[in-house]
Design a protein around this ligand. Sequence first.
Ligand code: NAD
Length: 398
Amino acid sequence: MGRLIQSRRHFLQASGAGLAAAPWIAGCAAAQSSSIPRKAMGMPWPNWGELPDTPPEVKPGSIGVAVVGLGGYAIGKAMPALSAAERTHVAAVVSGNPEKAAKVAAAYGLPDDAVYSYDTFARIADDDRIEAVYIVLPTGLHADWTEMAFAAGKHVICEKPMALSSAECARMIAASQKAGKKLMIAYRCHFEPVNLTAIDLLRDGAVGTIGALETANNYRFGPATPANDWRLVKALAGGGPLEDYGLYGLQAAMYLTGEEPVSVRASAEQPVGDPRFTEVFATVRAELSFPSGAVAKVETSYDSDPLNRVIVEGTGGVLRMQPANGYSGNTITLERSGITEAISAGDSDLQFERMCAHFADAIRDGTEIRTPGEMGLRDLKLIEAIYRAAASGGTVTL
Ligand code: NAD
């Protein structure tokens, strides 16, 4: 508790030091001059992500996508998914590191003129090979780069979290409307077979009336500082674990209940003296109350043992998912009348490809996007309310 009170003091003393666009961020500790800056810049080869052995086939008539930012997720998941989906392919890369960009482009069979830098990005407007842009940059860059992609006349799929504030999300939605182009937030769990099965089971009353949920999205950040990891920089990552990882728990609480919360209480911890957490929180806990009376406890931490879990308790049983929202191997068990049953629900790995397929269908067939900008905006409003609740110590009504 002492740490928490300390962090609240920290919170109040630092007010005014943050970003004008995101009022709650003003609460975090002041940025250090050595932090990674809030601008697109070249970064070294990421610490995970593999290139294909041979360039993937480009399916005739499929949508050419420019991938912006060549980090772990872009190379490890986004680009393979664009290649695997029937109606998308990687048409260009955008990076500030020419050597890395050349290596990735070669692996994907891209010609030299399909490699853009952050400085030449606007020229994609004249490149008909590119119909859409996948933004895989640090979160603090999502809004600006999404706006630039729409200004170039392209559709956009943007990684989660959508942006750092609801104001930024509103800007992105307005830019999409002005351009008349699609905006999708890459919320992969909406395409993941195990989560979709859990939704169906709960809708069909598998645990009766839902009374309580618990979600945990925790891991322990290794030794790093805002000088060398953007996830610890408030101007790039907001408050930290909640936007990055806890967002999965927030989302699960909403899609598993089928409801949106009406009020929230929360606490946020920022340990003093830990070089990892000079700008972002280490741990955030929120309690969401839903219209039905169900209550969800959402926990997320960058400073706890790894845990990726959802528990849903109802009048007729308990549904557990662990891992709940991983890249692969998510599981469901149902416990009813003292009997525990493992539910087989399909291959979690399919989520990435299915998400890209859904984006392509929306562009080609004009179908509704399941995870539109409005969903990202909703979630940023909720995140802002959680930080307000943590700062005040009271209940925030939504
Ligand atoms: P990363 O650090 O591995 O890569 C970020 C890349 O962005 C860098 O390699 C670089 O190419 C580029 N970049 C441009 N300007 C930068 C700057 N100022 N600081 C740092 N990098 C800069 O990060 P990542 O894990 O690939 O995350 C990128 C995005 O993908 C984030 O929005 C993140 O939330 C999202 N993500 C989503 C999932 C998911 O499961 N959907 C998983 C991981 C990451």
